[in-house]
Design a protein around this ligand. Structure first.
Ligand code: NAD
Length: 420
């Protein structure tokens, strides 16, 4: 068993301590339900053929068809795919979507492929996994280095195989191919709703609280933009090339315009002077809220000692290592965990799937209000569990999700039913 999956499963055991679970539950969640590995043989532009390792893991489907993205990255491996599928199972349960969790991946460096090679690879993925995925079985979505166009190719390939349009097989599609309004900013928006909902409990207020966002991409940009519009002072922003700190605040819209013009946030101006720092140093600057929105494993046991934020909103997946978590908990920093904070993305993906199945498309205002109505009660419940059981928010989110999964597992009858 790989390290990442091993670490992921520890969360399950930790959460289980706070629930009176039927033994069936942990037994069912011990390993993925099914995992398929394939090699994708792709014709390259120079006429040669290359094979790429690919996986799809359906971790658990007790609560419904499985859902999870497809990642293209050279370092993708079975261990990572299994861990991510495990996380998706819990993320869908935290926000009460009628889904289980899954994940897929291809070990590939997309920078080395032409656009046509990328299309052939994506179509090959669907051919290899066509019997594994399906609108009522397993529904992929974009993840790192896959996007709306990739999903469009994949939906098209699946439709060709089954002989009819089948948009509900995949979410994150372009609007013109059955995508949903509001999917582009859904993850940032979901995190924003959660933070604003818990604002008073967290002793935050827009006019007094300062925010640093690591990763000024899709998720980080929209999160920063919405908080800034409500009066929060965005004092720090970073991307892979640069980090800016401005005590007087930065305007995310202006910084994004600068980034589009120049390719980086480097040199963008704040309301006053912006200071350029290293990415690592930015995490440790003075602020009230830190929002990691870039990559995994950014805060570990070492730099967690120096974090000055009181609240961390995890918009990225897995930005804090278990060691980092321990230090932050010990220091009294509140971490709003990824499986709650960034669940807005999969929630609007769920809306896309519902719209595809119904053949009826909702206006943007409906998407926003349903997302808000979906996220806020779950954030409240996680907060209450945290207080009731005197645990950190991550464990509380796992307890909340596990309780729901357990109820579904035992609805088929557990040990207590069969032995009474
Ligand atoms: P993105 O590619 O649009 O943006 C990532 C940004 O992070 C880029 O601006 C990049 O320059 C920056 N970056 C990369 N390495 C960095 C580093 N070391 N320090 C600072 N910045 C760095 O990706 P995204 O869709 O915004 O996803 C960001 C995170 O959110 C990922 O962890 C992803 O798994 C997670 N997430 C995304 C969604 C979604 O709907 N897009 C949903 C759930 C979770």
């Amino acid at each position: 068993m790989g390290q990442l999956f091993h670490e992921a499963r520890k969360r399950l055991r930790q959460a289980a301590k706070f629930l009176d679970l039927d033994p069936d539950v942990l037994e069912k969640l011990k390993y993925p339900k099914e995992t398929l590995a394939a090699s994708l043989l792709v014709r390259m532009d120079d006429g040669s053929r290359r094979s790429f390792k690919a996986w799809r893991c359906r971790y658990d489907d007790t609560r419904g068809p499985t859902k999870g993205g497809i990642r293209y990255h050279p370092a993708v491996c079975l261990d990572e795919v299994m861990a991510l599928a495990f996380w998706m199972t819990f993320k869908c349960a935290v926000v009460n979507l009628p889904y289980g969790g899954a994940k897929g991946g291809v070990a590939v460096d997309t920078n080395q492929l032409s656009k046509s090679e990328l299309e052939r690879l994506s179509r090959a993925y669907v051919r290899a996994f066509a019997n594994f995925i399906g609108p009522d079985r397993d529904i992929p979505a974009p993840d790192m280095y896959t996007n709306a166009m990739t999903m469009g190719w994949m939906a098209d390939e699946f439709s060709t195989i089954v002989g009819q349009p089948s948009p509900a097989v995949i979410t994150g599609k372009p609007l013109q191919l059955g995508g949903s309004l509001g999917r582009d900013d859904a993850t940032g928006r979901g995190g924003y709703y959660v933070l604003r909902h818990l604002e008073r409990d967290l002793r935050l207020s827009p006019d007094k609280s300062r925010v640093i966002v690591q990763g000024f991409g899709n998720v980080g940009y929209h999160g920063a933009r919405m908080l800034h519009a409500d009066g929060y002072r965005i004092v720090g922003l970073s991307d892979s090339q640069s980090a800016l700190y401005a005590a007087d605040g930065l305007d995310p819209i202006a910084v994004m315009e600068h980034k589009k013009r120049t390719g980086s946030i480097r040199g963008a101006m704040g309301h006053g002077r912006a200071q350029e720092l290293t990415n690592k140093a930015l995490l440790e600057q003075e602020c009230d809220i830190l929002i990691p929105a870039a990559m995994e494993n950014q805060i570990d046991a070492q730099n967690a000692q120096n974090i000055q934020a009181r609240v961390i909103l995890e918009l990225a997946n897995g930005p804090i290592t278990p060691g980092g978590d321990q230090v932050l908990n010990h220091r009294g920093v509140t971490v709003i965990p990824d499986i709650l904070a960034n669940a807005g993305g999969v929630t609007v993906s769920y809306f896309e799937w519902v719209q595809n199945k119904a053949g009826y498309y909702w206006p943007l205002t409906d998407i926003h209000s349903r997302l808000k109505q979906g996220m806020e009660p779950e954030a409240r419940r996680v907060w209450d569990i945290r207080l009731e059981k005197e645990i950190d928010m991550r464990t509380a989110a796992y307890v909340h999700a596990l309780d729901r999964i357990a109820a579904a597992v035992t609805a088929h009858g557990g040990k207590a039913y069969f032995c009474s």
